[in-house]
Design a protein around this ligand. Structure first.
Ligand code: 2BA
Length: 109
């Protein structure tokens, strides 16, 4: 068994949820925050049988778009000046950043 952890954009979250349910995958959605943009994103935890990893990845690929995002300057006031970006920057975000982890044991009680 594998645990797929996929960081995706909030805008794609409902579509991906629906697609996973439709294909009978079980998933948990976590509200997360990107370290660079400091904006909300969504992390899916999806437990899957080894043989179904590719099918799950295909669903993620089909439902998560890559988008350009303009990063406005973030004021360091009251915050950490180390991460201050003094000018707008355009970054390409997503579709999905995916980690696939081996699962040693899986239980439901
Ligand atoms: P963020 O960290 O907010 O990053 C958003 C986008 O900003 C990234 O898109 C990337 O295009 C850009 N970016 C990130 N760090 C950068 C840097 N140091 N310099 C220049 N540009 C930078 P994605 O690569 O598609 O990542 C989307 C989100 O996935 C990330 O949001 C983060 O929450 C997660 N992620 C990406 N790589 C990860 C990793 N190695 N470990 C954990 N989470 C990761």
């Amino acid at each position: 068994m594998k645990l797929i952890m996929a960081v995706i954009q909030d805008k794609d979250s409902n579509r991906l949820s629906d697609a996973l349910v439709e294909k009978e995958f079980q998933a948990t959605k976590l509200a997360s925050t990107g370290g660079f943009l400091k904006a909300g994103n969504t992390t899916f935890m999806i437990g899957v049988k080894d043989a179904e990893v590719d099918k799950a990845l295909e669903i993620i690929k089909e439902n998560c778009e890559s988008r350009e995002q303009l990063v406005a300057p973030i004021s360091p006031m009251g915050g950490n000046a180390d991460s201050y970006v003094p000018y707008p920057v355009e970054v390409q975000v997503g579709g999905a950043t995916v980690f696939i982890l081996p699962v040693e044991q899986f239980e439901k009680f």
